[in-house]
Design a protein around this ligand. Structure first.
Ligand SMILES: [Zn+2]
Length: 329
């Protein structure tokens, strides 16, 4: 080999190395020319990091940064999406996402929506309300015949209540009691109750209602506070003739002159002056109210005899079993 040949080989070596160097450099230049992007990655722990990458697919960027997405995590945008510069990849827990959605839904209530569409007005209203009196019973002491005696009449009280009332389209929708004050205290009704030992007569019971309290006759008024006993009497009628009385004076056992629709004869178990109300006669002039004024030989405690103006009238009445209310003093 001559010197020229040696020089040629050397030149070719340099050329070859140069080509290799140029090639290597160009690869570097190509690499630097590849588009690099800035990506912010927010992890589910809220840790934020910024990475520089040439990759554009979300899954590639995460892989490049050794970030593994767990099963219960959600990536936004999704893993297969392409991303451009200055974008954020957010990794959140799936449960966290649901919660955020739920909170967002709850924040607007039905009431708020309604309020936006209708006008709700509030007014303060003061009302007076009756406080009903109470009835208090107390056991009577000492002797007495009246079973129920009113010691004190009841009087209703009055209170003033202040309300906050809400109207929706002029219709009351809510009423809240703000305060109340008593203007007048009620007065309790006090009734003295006495347990009367009644000598037992057959078929007698205490009346649950007292006809005297609703009747308007003078006689009824006189026995208003007395609780009657109710009994069925074998009832007949009589007049002042000798057939009925054996005499015809018309003077009763009480000494008073017998009077139609007033006088009644009863057994010795009933004191003279006892008032008897007979509902069957309620449409008669006396309203059905009689006074025991007379006696009779055939009149036992289970019988009564009603005095009538004429013998024919008494005959016409005949004999009936009638319910009677007995008021004893
Ligand atoms: Zn007669």
């Amino acid at each position: 080999m001559n010197k020229r040949d040696k020089a040629s080989v050397f030149l070719r070596k340099i050329l070859g190395i140069s080509i290799i160097l140029i090639f290597i450099t160009s690869i570097g230049v190509m690499a630097t020319n590849a588009k690099l992007t800035n990506i912010k990655i927010v992890l589910s722990s809220n840790y934020e990091m910024t990475v520089l990458t040439a990759k554009t697919k979300v899954s590639d960027i995460l892989e490049e940064n050794h970030i593994t997405v767990l099963e219960d995590e959600v990536v936004t945008p999704n893993l297969s999406a392409e991303i451009s510069d200055n974008k954020t990849i957010k990794i959140t827990k799936a449960s966290q996402v649901k919660q955020e959605v739920a909170e967002a839904e709850e924040s607007v209530t039905t009431e708020e929506i309604l309020q936006n569409y209708t006008s709700v007005k509030e007014k303060i209203i003061v009302e007076q309300v009756v406080i009903p009196y109470e009835t208090i019973t107390k056991e009577a002491t000492g002797e007495g015949t009246k079973q129920n005696k009113i010691i004190q009449n009841g009087i209703n009280g009055l209170k003033e209540i202040t309300y906050k009332v809400r109207y929706q389209n002029d219709i009351e929708i809510e009423r809240i009691e703000m305060s109340s004050k008593v203007i007048k205290e009620p007065v309790n009704k006090i009734v003295e109750v006495r347990t009367i030992q009644v000598t037992s007569r057959s078929g007698e019971r205490i009346a649950t209602t007292n006809p005297a309290s609703t009747a308007s006759t003078k006689l009824a008024k006189s026995v208003e506070g007395i609780t009657p006993t109710v009994k069925n009497f074998n009832t007949s009628a009589y007049c002042s003739c000798s057939k009925c009385c054996g005499k015809s004076t018309g003077i009763t056992a009480s000494g008073a002159k017998a009077a139609a629709w007033y006088t009644i004869a009863a057994g010795k178990g009933y004191k003279l002056g006892t008032v008897i109300y007979i509902p069957a006669f309620k449409n008669q002039p006396n309203g059905g109210w009689f006074v025991v004024q007379d006696r009779g030989g055939a009149i036992s405690n289970s019988k009564i005899d009603v005095y009538m103006a004429s013998h024919s009238q008494a005959l016409q009445f005949g004999r009936k079993t009638l319910e009677c209310y007995v008021y004893e003093f």
